[in-house]
Design a protein. Sequence first.
Length: 280
Amino acid sequence: MITAEEKKYILSCAYVPEHSVGLITLVSGGEPFLIDGYFCCRKDDWLIVVGYPLEGKFSSNEFENFFEKIKKRFRPKHISLMTPELPLSITGTCREKQSDYFYTLNIQRFALEGALKRAVNKAREILSVERSVEIGQAHNDLAQEFIKRANPPPRVRELFAKIPDYVNASTQSVAINAWDEKHNLAAYYVVDLAAKNFSTYVIGCHSKTHYTPGASDLLCYEMINMSKERGKEYIHLGLGVNEGIRRFKKKWGGRATLKYEMCDLDLKKPSLLETIFALR
């Protein structure tokens, strides 16, 4: 478990979305830990390891030593690991692996102009924007519409399912909603504001049933304005995922700024003899 001071330290040093203590603990249901400058979270026999050191540069050798240490300490059956670089000793044992980049947007130099400005202004004529600290039935209905249409990966489905509990329990999350003239929810974003230096786009979707051109652009602009109001330096736009998503992020000035490597591991349960020797 972490103290209030440790949580404050993590959020002050944070530079990836997974450093957001409240977001990770509420979504995973786990218990947070700060160990040797790394943030981790444990739920039962599942361990989440955020392999981005809170201070200093990432070292593969240093991280590998740390990884062996926490495996011995927690003896998990399953590990979800994310780092800028997976150690060679781990890469061949991943049950699931993903490589991508974090996309970020520097909002200090951002200016709305050209085609983006026209799209936002046009959407603003039709939609009204609202900031909310609750997720309701309209959000759930829109999420289900999106899931049926897009058939996203299981991780995304699980995140949509957990978002209501996260937003409704967190004091550092906001839902930005776009409502049309008939009071239909055309689109929404969920944004995490816990980190000191940045805000995080967590998840969002738009409706095809109540489609309004530029709805996502309007919400993106509102997210930028809200982040500026909160004194953030930049926005984490999430991973590249696919060409369509990358195109949207690049259109808004998002850039690939940090490597992301993810690995899910299944570890064998230690024998009684191994457990006894580990405790000596």
